[in-house]
Design a protein. Structure first.
Length: 119
């Protein structure tokens, strides 16, 4: 591993140096959280905007959706539904996760005991 000599465990550093590095890590963590939060807010804002493409709007309106309900988020959900209906397993998985009805994959034991009848 290159520069292995630069890696000094925190328990081998002085107390002030460890405190200083911890403070720097906390500041960087806060900046990352703020950046992530602002990205989430921007995505939420964009998805709540109405659909600007007239053809997409008309396609969604033909599905008997209320005009005030037609936004980018609804367009994305309709697209996922169409893809899942056409056999796209990933789109179906995303829709199931959005609905909160995700089933654990087969083969994963959740600790439940099952009794099988012997014939």
């Amino acid at each position: 591993m290159p520069n292995e000599g630069n890696l000094i465990p925190m328990d081998q550093r002085s107390e002030s140096e460890a405190r200083e590095l911890g403070q720097k890590g906390g500041i960087a963590s806060g900046a990352a959280r703020r950046r992530k939060r602002s990205l989430k807010e921007a995505a939420d804002l964009y998805l709540s905007l109405p659909v600007s493409d007239r053809r997409k709007f008309n396609r969604l309106a033909r599905r008997c959706l209320d005009p005030e309900d037609i936004d980018n988020q609804m367009a994305m959900i309709v697209g996922l539904h169409e893809a899942a209906s056409n056999g796209d397993a990933r789109a179906a998985s995303v829709l199931v996760k959005l609905l909160g009805e995700e089933v654990p994959p087969a083969g994963i034991d959740d600790g439940e005991v099952k009794i099988l009848d012997d014939l």
